[in-house]
Ligand binder design. Structure first.
Ligand code: ATP
Ligand code: MG
Length: 241
C-alpha cells in the first residue's frame, strides 16, 4: 500500500462546513436526540459518542441527510452558500454497519455501479473530469482505474474481481472505505469506523482520517476510547460516555 488516497485537492468543496442546529429527533414516542448543536469545518474531526441506543447512528444519518430531523436544521455550506439536497451524492462518503454492498457483484462492479450513480449528478462528474478526463469516465476507464487504486489503498489489491459475497467481514468493512472514498467526499461520515478490522485495517482508518484532515469534514460515531481521542470536538449523547 503506497501513495495518496486522493482525498485532498480533488473535491470541489475545500471550505465545506457541516452545522447541526438544535437537532432533535424521535422515533414514534421515543425521543432519541434533544437539541444537538455542533459544527465541523473541512480539516476537522467531530466525534459522536454515547451508550448503545443513544442516537449516534441516527445523528450520522441526519448529518448525511438520509433522515430529516423532527426539528432543527442540518446545514451544509461551501463557497459562501448553503448546499441543497442536489449536492448530496457528491458530498457524502459514508461508512456504516447499516450500509450493504451487492454480494452478487464483484468489488470493482460495486464501485463502478456507485460511481455511475454518483458521477451522473453534477459535482461528481466535474470531479471525475478532474481525475480522469470526461471520455474515460463515460467509458468507465477512469472510474475503473480509480476503483483499483482505492482497493489497493485499503489492502484489497488482487481481490477486486471477487464477488463481495465471498468477502470476510473485515474485507467488507475495507470495501466500504473504498466505496466512501471513491468520489473524494467533502463530508466523510464514519459510523463504527473500525468494526471488524484488524490492526492493519485500523491503521488504514487512522491514515484515511489523517489524510481527510487535509480537506474534508469527518464525523466519527464510536464507543472506542481511542477513537474518541481522534476528535477536535466531541458530542456526548445520552449523558454518559
Ligand atoms: N428506524 C428506526 N425506527 C425506530 N426506532 C429506531 C430506528 N432507528 C433507531 N431507532 C431507535 O433510536 C435509538 C437510537 O438508535 P441508534 O441506532 O441511533 O443508536 P446508537 O447510539 O447508534 O447505538 P449503538 O451504539 O448500539 O450503535 C434506539 O432506541 C433505537 O431503537
Ligand atoms: Mg449505532
Amino acid at each position: 500500500m503506497a501513495g495518496s488516497l486522493g482525498l485532498c485537492g480533488q473535491q470541489p468543496y475545500t471550505d465545506f462546513e457541516l452545522s447541526l442546529e438544535q437537532v432533535s429527533h424521535s422515533f414514534g414516542k421515543r425521543r432519541v436526540l434533544t437539541s444537538v448543536s455542533a459544527a465541523v469545518r473541512a480539516g476537522q474531526v467531530m466525534v459522536v459518542t454515547g451508550p448503545n441506543g443513544s442516537g449516534k447512528s441516527t445523528l450520522i444519518k441526519i448529518a448525511a441527510r438520509l433522515i430529516r430531523p423532527a426539528s432543527g436544521r442540518v446545514v451544509w455550506r461551501a463557497g459562501g452558500r448553503e448546499l441543497g439536497m442536489d449536492a448530496a451524492k457528491g458530498v457524502v462518503g459514508l461508512v456504516s454497519p447499516e450500509l450493504t454492498l451487492y454480494d452478487e457483484l464483484t468489488a470493482i462492479e460495486n464501485l463502478l455501479f456507485f460511481a455511475r450513480v454518483r458521477g451522473w449528478s453534477g459535482h461528481g462528474l466535474v470531479r471525475w473530469r478532474g481525475l480522469a478526463g470526461a471520455e474515460d469516465v463515460a467509458a468507465g476507464g477512469g472510474a475503473r482505474a480509480r476503483a483499483r487504486a482505492i482497493l489497493e489503498q485499503v489492502g484489497l489489491e488482487g481481490r477486486g474481481d471477487d464477488l463481495v459475497g465471498t468477502y470476510s467481514s473485515g474485507m467488507k468493512q475495507r470495501l466500504k472505505y473504498a466505496f466512501a472514498l471513491m468520489h473524494s467526499p467533502a463530508l466523510l461520515l464514519l459510523d463504527e469506523p473500525t468494526a471488524n478490522l484488524d490492526e492493519a485495517g485500523t491503521e488504514i482508518v487512522r491514515r484515511i482520517i489523517a489524510e481527510a484532515r487535509g480537506s474534508a469534514c469527518v464525523v466519527v460515531a464510536t464507543n472506542e476510547p481511542e477513537e474518541v481521542t481522534w476528535g477536535d470536538a466531541v458530542i456526548r449523547l445520552g449523558g454518559v460516555a
